[in-house]
Design a protein around this ligand. Structure first.
Ligand code: SF4
Length: 385
């Protein structure tokens, strides 16, 4: 019998928790350290790969994603050793995707060829802005020129190259964003992740915001207009808005991220990495120790970096499936929702959201419209409560 996760696929996420500097808006599990023993990290990654393979090695792997932090600080030989170990334990799909997040600085770009030789076939570059002043304000250490040069080197080496930009930044108006996005689109990347700046508590920007010192942020209406503009400029260039913040030419969607959004199974390796893994018909939510040093120590002493593993109820799985799937333009398979939850959505709620043009139903799928994805949290609240 097909298990539910097989509808979404199977991937491995590997977290590298270090960066050369901490960006003021960043709430990822990333840290600045002067001395990192990469051999020690390799050993811990290999131990974790062996441990998690024991109950899942009969599967075929769709993807591996090196995220961070800044995984382009990892030596290419270590990436190669990790990928070799993974391929000892799992068979891989023909279109097996291996993504490495990279900083667009010249130092990282020098390693792109070696990463390719190690088995990486896709990179996701944190360019974030094509405006020098704003890059500084975002705490980024690269320049626009370095980013453009690194993008060219990436394109020469990898089959697929994506880059991230952040918009709705301080003092940014809609025509400035239009100009910047048009320049970005002229680079003809096959995939782009375009995020609105969000101010997270516990970050330097969060502290400044709380003290009233983070001035010039666009209001909600301007941010919504920027979202609409982003969607229309991207779609004019043939980049489909396949997820709330992700745009791709057909066939270049992120295989790994689709596993999350299609509610497949994924293993999380490294500090603070989360996983969802189905074993003997039960779906587990797993977590690992957050602090890099504590994770390393736990793997070395206990033979496992895992800090928590709980079985998700059918209702929890159904809710997660909806929360992830409605981020996608393709939406969710309604029968899959019924199988997971043992129930249906209220007809009144579905009709209410359809009348507002926030969702649509077609060929057994329920999907958000472009307007619905813009107010996704409200759609989810209506459907799930
Ligand atoms: S480079 Fe990325 S992960 Fe590192 S601090 Fe900046 S935003 Fe966070």
């Amino acid at each position: 019998m097909t298990e539910d996760w097989e509808n979404g696929g199977f991937g491995i996420y590997i977290h590298w928790p270090f960066c050369t500097a901490k960006c003021p808006y960043c709430d990822f599990n990333s840290h600045v350290r002067s001395n990192i023993n990469q051999k020690q990290w390799l050993k811990a990654y290999l131990n974790e790969i062996k441990r998690v393979s024991e109950k899942t090695s009969n599967r075929i792997l769709n993807s591996v994603f090196f995220g961070g932090g800044t995984p382009s600080l990892i030596e290419p030989s270590i990436i190669g050793d990790v990928l070799n170990e993974i391929q000892k334990h799992w068979k891989t799909k023909n279109n097996f995707e291996v993504t490495l997040e990279a900083n667009p600085g010249s130092v990282d770009a020098k390693n792109f060829k070696a990463y390719k030789e190690a088995g990486v076939n896709r990179t996701s570059m944190g360019i974030q802005s094509l405006n020098t002043k704003d890059l500084k304000a975002l705490g980024r250490t690269h320049t626009v020129e370095e980013a453009l040069a690194a993008f060219e080197i990436a394109r020469q080496n990898f089959k697929a190259v994506s880059f991230d930009l952040i918009y709705a930044r301080q003092n940014q108006n809609i025509s400035q964003w239009e100009k910047e996005l048009s320049l970005a689109l002229s680079l003809e990347a096959s995939h782009m992740s375009l995020y609105q700046l969000t101010i997270e508590q516990g970050t330097a920007f969060g502290d400044r915001y709380n003290r009233g010192l983070l001035k010039g942020l666009p209001n909600d209406d301007t941010s919504a207009d920027m979202y609409d503009l982003t969607l229309s400029l991207c779609e004019d260039r043939g980049l489909v808005s396949y997820e709330v913040s992700n745009y791709a030419h057909q066939g270049y969607e992120s295989i790994h991220n689709l596993i999350y959004w299609r509610y497949g199974d994924y293993i999380g390796i490294g500090p603070g990495a989360h996983g969802r893994i189905t074993i003997d018909g039960k779906k587990y939510a797993t977590e690992t120790v957050l602090s890099p040093e504590a994770w390393l120590k736990k793997v070395e002493c206990d033979g496992s970096g895992e800090s928590n593993s709980v079985v998700l109820t059918d209702q929890q799985q159904a809710a997660e499936f909806v929360m992830m799937g409605l981020r996608l333009k393709e939406g969710i398979n309604y029968q899959r929702f019924k199988n997971l939850s043992g129930s249906t959505f209220s007809k009144t709620k579905l009709n209410f959201l359809k009348d507002l043009n926030l969702i649509k139903e077609k060929d057994g799928y329920i999907a958000t419209t472009n307007s619905g994805r813009k107010v996704l949290n409200s759609v989810l609240t209506e459907l799930l409560n």
